[in-house]
Design a protein around this ligand. Sequence first.
Ligand code: SF4
Ligand code: SF4
Length: 114
Amino acid sequence: MASSRDELTGGPESSRDFLPAAQRELSVDARTAGFEEVVAGFNESQALREAQRCLSCGNCFECDNCFAACPEDSIIKLGKGKGYDVDFETCTGCATCFGVCPCHAIEMIKEPVS
Ligand code: SF4
Ligand code: SF4
């Protein structure tokens, strides 16, 4: 099933390989029955993947990619250290800014249907 990100960008979410690997956890019953580690940790292949995956914190670092890529000039620079604003009067919701942001600092949300 396509994720909302796929729908917005036309690309698979795995192309932005930022999600952590799942770790096996003990069941609640097993947790209360002994002193085993609750979270199993990573196996070798998971540990290698964790060491290589993007750990971007999702904070904008003012690379200007979105500002440069917006076809409608809807992104407004607020000045160094102050980030950006979006002019929603001219923004078409094309998601180009979302697609070029290297750290997932931009979220696209659907407009509420009235
Ligand atoms: S969604 Fe498209 S038009 Fe709107 S700010 Fe982003 S790039 Fe510009
Ligand atoms: S592309 Fe992302 S990181 Fe770069 S300025 Fe825009 S929001 Fe910030």
